[in-house]
Design a binder for this molecule. Structure first.
Ligand SMILES: Nc1ncnc2c1ncn2[C@@H]1O[C@H](COP(=O)(O)OP(=O)(O)O)[C@@H](O)[C@H]1O
Ligand SMILES: [Mg+2]
Length: 361
């Protein structure tokens, strides 16, 4: 049984006499403990979808089941209870500006009738968790964006939710703050077993912490699956547009038309090491990276490269053997020219390849 099941979900809005279909027959299952990404262009329907998960938007058609319970079957009171088990954070934090940090975190508890003393105790624990124990008395206007989002996370966790919905939660933050907030969300997922749904237009957010991803385009779900699979091989036009061209790098080196070429594939179980650099250093031979299409997925390189091997069968076999020993899949490439630019005729030397940057962007 999935934590979140979205069945045939359609949401239509009537705007000035005409109907906008924000979601069009969406089917999606999110399993307990997932960190699930939902990506799409602006206006694709992401926020409407995430708001439908807790019935802030009522579907025009279709169903939402949380832990097997159909939200449409619930009374208002039961729905409020279910909603308190679903935390939510937003791009603009939505803190109460006139309340200080601890009162913001206590707020959902007090609404739920928790005694003030108990609410404060819980809030203090949560502020420790998010690293803001020394900001209890501060007001939102005195905090940085990252600190505000930490308060919002503490507030979202106050009612012990099973699910955390994040709608563009890092979109207003700089890259470094984004990383620290994503690390916190990952920690919450792992340590508290909370299912996380991440809505974002930033691909790096997905590759950083999501295991699965769904792509929506004009209200339709066009593709879904494991992040590494979709990012390695996007099939839908929307996925290609979102993913391709962003992180793909071509490093043409020189025309190796007559030289042996191999394709190597970095998989999930590939060794966690700068394989190319180590191969070059250990064998004392240059290897030409003709094409690189790798990206960082959960801290390791996933994707493929085409390498031009040095001349001489013995050294070629040594390179292939070394790469295979690191768990890489190696196949021969046809010796046709890879598109090359004449100004980049520099082989990768041990000096320039001695960092992980060759494989980890
Ligand atoms: N309350 C609303 N009333 C009318 N139209 C809406 C409403 N909410 C969203 N929409 C429309 O639904 C579509 C999807 O919006 P949204 O879910 O906010 O997309 P995203 O979050 O992917 O940018 C857009 O065309 C938007 O204008
Ligand atoms: Mg949105």
């Amino acid at each position: 049984m999935s934590t979140i099941e979205i069945k045939n979900l359609t949401k239509k809005f009537e705007v000035e006499g005409h109907v906008v279909t924000a979601l069009d027959h969406i089917n999606l299952s999110i399993e307990k403990g997932d960190v699930f990404g939902i990506i799409g262009m602006s206006g694709a329907g992401k926020s409407t979808l995430v708001r439908s998960i807790n019935f802030l938007e009522r579907p025009s058609e279709g169903d939402v089941l949380i832990d097997g319970v159909n939200l449409a079957d619930l009374t208002e009171k039961e729905l409020r209870k279910t909603r308190s088990g679903i935390g939510m954070i937003f791009q603009n934090f939505n803190l109460l500006e006139q309340k200080n940090v601890i009162d913001n975190v206590c707020f959902p508890l007090e609404i739920n009738g928790v005694k003030k003393k108990d609410a404060r105790k819980r809030a203090k624990e949560l502020l420790v968790l998010v690293g803001l124990q020394d900001k209890e008395k501060a007001y939102p206007s005195q905090l940085s964006g990252g600190q505000k989002q930490r308060v919002a996370i503490a507030r979202a966790l106050a009612t012990d939710p099973r699910i955390l919905l994040c709608d563009e939660a890092t979109s207003a933050l700089d890259p470094q703050t984004t990383s620290s907030i994503l690390a916190l969300i990952k920690q919450i997922n792992e340590e508290m077993g909370i299912t996380v749904v991440i809505i974002t237009h930033q691909m790096s957010v997905v590759t950083d912490i999501c295991q699965k991803v769904a792509i929506i385009d004009s209200g339709r779900l066009v593709e879904q699956g494991p992040v590494d699979k979709i990012f390695r091989n996007p099939e839908s036009d929307a996925a290609k547009e979102l993913i391709s061209g962003k992180e793909i790098r071509y490093t043409p080196v020189r025309d190796l038309q007559s030289v042996r070429k191999i394709r190597i594939v970095f998989q999930e179980n590939s060794a966690y090491e700068p394989v190319i650099a180590n191969t070059i250093l250990e064998l004392g031979t240059p290897v030409n990276i003709l094409k690189a299409d790798t990206r960082n997925v959960g801290g390791r390189a996933v994707g493929e490269m085409i390498l031009g091997l040095p001349e001489g069968e013995e050294i070629q076999e040594a390179v292939i053997g070394r790469l295979k020993a690191s768990g890489l899949a190696v196949t021969e490439e046809e010796t046709q020219s890879v598109s090359l630019s004449p100004d980049a005729r520099r082989p990768v030397s041990p000096a320039s390849a001695g960092t992980t940057e060759v494989e980890h962007e």
